[in-house]
Design a protein around this ligand. Structure first.
Ligand SMILES: Cc1ncc(C[n+]2csc(CCOP(=O)(O)OP(=O)(O)O)c2C)c(N)n1
Length: 311
């Protein structure tokens, strides 16, 4: 078995995904009881819920798998298209200590978890989208479509670089993103870095299916091949498959990461885009659903108040 896909590595990747999923939900909802040390109360919930859940799990899957695979490559970079999935991005930046480098309050311990959760989408805190404050940001979140073009720009004149870029399937409906696929013809070659596009095919935009979700697998493969890439399908819940797909080392790969929008949450698909449970601060049934959702990640196996991160 490949070193990238041995049981211990896969277990570590899966735990990282679980911790970042937990932290994404906690950032969206909680103003207290961040590690579920007691039953949730209505006063633990932020009064104004603002952010995006639906895309977060897929971002965490891509981030964790790529981070593990390219752990020893200092020239690896990750570009994220759907910047509205900021709770996921921020969870990863916090976990890697990147956030602490620009904000000393974001320590990789229980105080740091409290800090990022309390201040996510909060007055004078972190915005709900990736912003100029986010470490490594290129374009401020808000307008979809530029991720692939940015990645090709970063690779220009840097053959040593490998740049993975996660593109939303809604994002790929923009003229900018779709036409950026043509950049392969101009910029693939020995004098520029390697681009690994990953289409996050979670099937939905805000509340409607994406065009790409309406295409058959064959149509998708033909589309991708038409732009000169080789399609490689990955199931978001198959970590071993993700690692093996990265190992194929094709000349012009185009990964299609098939996931369920909102996976792991109380509802999925179109209703999962932003805040799946709207009123847990006032509705006791929703509060219980939120607690069950948070508990499903078993954060106690992933983080300890004294020992810190347990990955
Ligand atoms: C150019 C542009 N058009 C519309 C929007 C509004 N918008 C925000 S998120 C979103 C859905 C994005 O879908 P997708 O790229 O598939 O991301 P995901 O489903 O993973 O959240 C849209 C249309 C935007 N941010 N930018």
């Amino acid at each position: 078995m490949s070193g990238h896909a041995d049981i211990a590595t896969i277990d570590k990747i899966n735990k990282r995904i679980r911790l970042c999923d937990y932290l994404a939900v906690a950032q969206l909802y909680l103003r207290d009881d961040f590690l579920l040390e007691r039953p949730l109360e209505t006063t633990d919930i932020k009064p104004r819920l603002l952010g995006h859940w639906g895309t977060c799990h897929g971002i965490n899957v891509a981030y964790a798998n790529l981070k593990s695979y390219f752990a020893d490559d200092p020239n690896y970079t990750f570009v994220l298209g759907p910047g509205h999935g900021f709770p996921a991005l921020q969870a990863n930046l916090w976990l890697d200590g990147e956030l602490e480098k620009v904000d000393p309050r974001a320590t990789v311990d229980a105080a740091g978890i409290e800090y990022i959760c309390k201040n996510f989408s909060w007055p004078d805190g972190f915005p709900s989208h990736a912003s100029p404050y986010t470490p490594g940001i290129i374009t401020e979140g808000g307008e979809l479509g530029y991720a692939l073009a940015n990645a090709y720009g970063m690779a220009l004149g840097h053959p040593e670089k490998t740049i993975a870029v996660l593109i939303g399937d809604g994002e790929l409906e923009t003229a900018t993103a779709l036409d950026s696929l043509n950049l392969r013809n101009l910029l693939a070659g020995p004098s520029n870095g390697k681009i690994l596009p990953i289409l996050h095919l979670n099937g939905y935009k805000i509340s409607a299916p994406t065009i790409y979700a309406r295409k058959s697998e064959r149509e998708m493969n033909e589309l991708v091949r038409g732009f000169g890439f080789t399609p490689i399908w990955i199931d978001s819940e198959d970590t071993e498959g993700f690692q093996l797909a990265l190992e194929k080392k094709l000349e012009a790969p185009f990964y299609i990461l098939a996931s369920e929008k909102g996976y792991g949450g109380p509802n999925r698909h179109h209703v999962a885009h932003q805040i799946p449970l709207k009123n847990p601060a006032t509705d006791k049934t929703e509060l219980q659903e939120l607690e069950d959702w948070l508990k499903s990640y078993h954060v106690e196996e992933l983080f300890d108040k004294e020992k810190g991160v347990l990955l």
